[in-house]
Design a protein. Structure first.
Length: 268
RNA sequence: GGGGAAGUCGCAUAGUGGCAAUUGCAACAGACUGUAAAUCUGUCCUCUUCGGAGUUCAGUGGUUCGAGUCCACUCUUCCCCA
């Protein structure tokens, strides 16, 4: 999953210097990952980097993955509990939803839409009750959150450019190879964006032009949702220092370094 | 040149006399601590003290208590025959 996931490995080699990176290629294609696992992987890498006296930089990822670290989500290491699931079989979705509502405030439908998700959400809550101390150790850290901001129109143009590059760069072939190697179709469909749309195209469910148009639209909407998330982070008290993306590369680097050198109090 | 069909809020679509006007997409705003590259919600002619108010359905005129809907002409687009 090199192209569709945007590994951008070439970016880790700059002016003759290799920039070390972590958490790329840590699982096989098709593996089902989640925020809890990410936090653990992040903490391991963070501790390792800090122990060696270096500066960790968390780059990219969705708003929620960044936030999980910055806010220090308290996620319990709740294992799948076959016994519990067996006992829950007797209850209807409505009863289970009511039960879940007794534990947490139901935010939207994502926890209650499918029985699988409902059971998992309950499983986690039951586990928390029994193991109130089962949270991962989150190391103390200070963070400086920096975002690169482009005008909306520029973002849209860049998305189109990147999409065309990926398609010409072998993305169709990449998805085909994944399917051929046995990664389940449902898995790819659930990854969303590139993997979802290209899989649908390869399965003959839409024309190439339809695939391109719908994928382009979905990426635009995704980028919009990311901005919604970042605005929410700021509203919740996490300042994001926005850098003008249209500046020359060196100026952007300088802007970040300037922020980094400033004491917290002097930053806006 | 002759015949036929059609022009509705960004695009596409409903609507045959009581409508600010259907639905989808896009757009915009928002929710979201365990699949999140996912999932879901709201707004979407203008103004609003959220009670309403004012302008709309290519254009002009007409019929009618009332017109997106009927009539006439004009403009534009598409199809068929030459």
């Amino acid at each position: 999953m090199d192209i569709g996931s945007g590994k951008d490995l070439a970016d880790y080699h700059l002016h003759g210097t290799d920039i070390p990176y972590h958490l790329i290629d840590i699982h096989d294609a098709g593996y089902e990952y989640n925020v809890y696992q990410f936090m653990n992987d992040f903490i391991r890498a963070f501790d390792d980097i800090v122990r060696r006296g270096r500066q960790p930089i968390l780059c990219g990822g969705t708003g929620m993955y960044v936030e999980s670290v910055v806010k220090g989500y308290q996620l319990a290491d709740a294992p799948v509990d076959p016994d519990f699931r067996h006992r829950m079989e007797a209850f209807s979705d409505e009863e289970l939803t009511a039960r879940l509502a007794g534990y947490i405030k139901l935010h939207n439908h994502t926890d209650t839409e499918t029985r699988d998700r409902l059971l998992r959400a309950l499983e986690i809550q039951e586990y928390r009750l029994q193991h109130p101390d089962a949270y991962p150790h989150i190391p103390p850290m200070q963070h400086l959150v920096v975002g690169v901001l482009y005008p909306r129109q520029t973002v849209i143009e860049r998305i189109g450019l990147r999409l065309r590059e990926r398609l010409q760069g072998g993305m169709i072939e990449e998805v085909k190879a994944l399917l051929d190697s046995g990664v389940p179709e449902e898995r790819l469909l659930r990854y969303g964006l590139e993997y979802r749309h290209v899989t649908q195209y390869l399965r003959g469910q839409c024309s190439y032009d339809d695939m391109y148009r719908d994928l382009y639209t979905d990426i635009r909407r995704f980028s919009k949702r990311q901005m919604t998330w970042f605005r929410r982070m700021e509203r919740q008290g996490i300042p994001i220092h926005w850098i003008d993306g249209t500046l020359p590369f060196a100026d952007k680097v300088e802007a970040v370094l300037r922020l980094f050198r400033q004491p917290d109090a002097e930053r806006e």
